[in-house]
Design a protein around this ligand. Structure first.
Ligand SMILES: [Ca+2]
Length: 179
């Protein structure tokens, strides 16, 4: 575990260096050019330039395979595909900049899939005021809030929504997931 932590630190330092040069090139719009994922348990965030494979980056940086079975069907096939002994992290929710699950996205990862009726976790969204559609994964439902720390107007819980209601479109700043 210590070795893994060290390795993650080294990779993150490398990513930070890469990020710095990217930000220098386009300071105002750096966040628009990335897809990002956040671990609900630790707050660790991993981003890749738009169009690159975010889940491959998660595997490379954390050693964890992302299980990303879309709710509600075909859940077991993806989980079964993981080799024994390989650590897994579960995609719980994905928020999209565009309607109909298009454009840049923001992932939330957790240590297990959602259990029906149980609250799973929450996070503030670095992808602020952009979500226009959303989808739950790993049996999760998603609720978005207007403000950070789950304040203001809200929308959810839903397994998926191809078009977030006009009152909450491009306004979500925090998210909760539940089974
Ligand atoms: Ca949007």
């Amino acid at each position: 575990m210590g070795a893994m932590r060290k390795r993650i630190g080294a990779v993150l330092a490398c990513i930070a260096a890469v990020g710095a040069s990217a930000i220098a090139a386009a300071p105002a719009t750096a966040s628009v050019e990335q897809d990002c994922g956040v671990f609900v348990d630790t707050g660790e965030t991993i981003c890749v330039p738009r169009g690159e494979d975010l889940h491959a980056a998660v595997l490379e940086q954390t050693g964890q395979v992302v299980v990303d079975a879309a709710a509600p069907s075909a859940r077991s096939s993806s989980a079964d595909g993981i080799e024994a002994g390989v650590a897994a992290t579960y995609l719980l929710a994905r928020l999209y900049d565009g309607t109909s699950y298009s454009g840049s996205y923001w992932d939330l990862y957790g240590s297990s899939s959602c259990v029906s009726g149980q609250w799973m976790g929450n996070a503030n969204i670095s992808f602020q005021d952009r979500a226009s559609s959303m989808r739950g994964y790993s049996n999760c439902k998603v609720k978005v809030y207007e403000h950070t720390n789950y304040g203001g107007a809200s929308y959810g819980y839903y397994s998926y929504s191809s078009s977030i209601s006009s009152t909450m479109n491009n306004k979500a700043s925090s998210v909760r997931v539940s089974g």
